[in-house]
Design a protein around this ligand. Structure first.
Ligand code: 0GY
Length: 291
């Protein structure tokens, strides 16, 4: 373990009240809970140790932002122990769904219990700074198993690895949700070869994409005007297959503390019409996670 310990929270202590009013029932479809470590210890194999970001803080943020539901994604610092995630799901009164990271030796009974708690997907993380990825057949086998539960797969990868991963991703037997817009190279621009290839991949309707996370991709910093054209383009291209999330509590953010209220205020910039906002925040996440 290379224990990168953040001693200060990676989230804004006092996010603004958003000016943008999310439609009633809006879903934050990418966020995490961390610990608390004394109840839910961090994984021995973790590559960073976060500051505790417990469920109560996540639910308070949800309410503050005018959102109703969360999709909570298992982060690498909790490894394949989904206890903190499950605890949050059970406390959320059907207002949260989960994306788990599981071990190949998980039993069908354990998967069924997770489904009961609200898990609807498994995440395959290919970022080498976060995990040591498994051989692809391990992921394929897991995707085949969770397909039987009606779950999908969420993938996180660097743009530099996309081409190599594409045949594998296309071969998966489920819907595949791509985290953080496939991490485009913002400096290269929306007409770049890389982003054009990504748009082409999105023509395959098995792929969905999360259009949040400008704070992680930006070069210029807030208000993330350099990232907005990428998200806007993806929403125009696949309005029925886009999701949005805060990414709270923003693990590994070192450049600045993103203001979650400001992130919400970027939504009408990337999804300017009421119809696009309704799909992004209500229809799409509800179909995938509460359908
Ligand atoms: C994110 C992104 C990050 C972390 C993780 O699993 C994780 O630890 O996803 C990151 O450092 O880019 O989506 O929260």
């Amino acid at each position: 373990m290379s224990d990168f310990q953040t001693s200060e929270p990676t989230w804004h202590p006092n996010p603004k009240q958003p000016t943008f009013k999310a439609p009633a029932g809006a879903v934050d479809a990418h966020c995490h809970v961390f610990g608390p470590g004394n109840s839910f210890p961090y994984a021995p194999e973790r590559k960073y140790t976060p500051v505790d970001a417990p469920k109560e803080k996540l639910f308070a943020l949800r309410d503050h932002l005018g959102f109703s539901k969360n999709v909570i994604v298992q982060a690498s610092c909790h490894g394949k122990d989904n206890s903190a995630l499950i605890d949050a799901l059970l406390a959320a009164n059907n207002n949260a769904r989960g994306v788990a990271v599981v071990s190949p030796d998980i039993t069908d009974e354990e998967l069924a219990d997770m489904h009961q708690a609200g898990v609807r997907a498994v995440r395959f993380n290919f970022l080498k700074r976060l995990v040591d990825p498994a051989p692809k057949p391990v992921y394929t086998r897991m995707a085949e198993r969770v397909a039987k539960l009606g779950w999908h797969v969420v993938v996180y990868f660097e743009e530099a690895d996309r081409k190599e991963l594409e045949p594998f991703l296309i071969s998966l037997p489920t819907t595949v949700v791509i985290d953080h817009m496939g991490r485009p190279d913002i400096k290269a621009g929306i007409d770049s070869r890389g982003f054009s290839q990504f748009l082409k991949l999105m023509e395959n309707d098995k792929f969905w994409v999360k259009v949040g996370c400008p704070e992680r991709l930006t070069i210029d910093g807030p208000p993330y005007n350099d990232v907005a054209p990428f998200a806007k383009k993806l929403i125009e291209k696949a309005p029925d297959r886009v999701l949005w999330g805060t990414d709270w509590p923003h693990p590994n953010m070192k450049s600045h503390l993103p203001d979650d209220g400001e992130l919400v205020d970027r939504i009408p910039v990337i999804a300017p019409t009421k119809i696009a906002q309704q799909k992004l925040l209500i229809d799409n996440p509800n179909l995938l996670y509460w359908g």
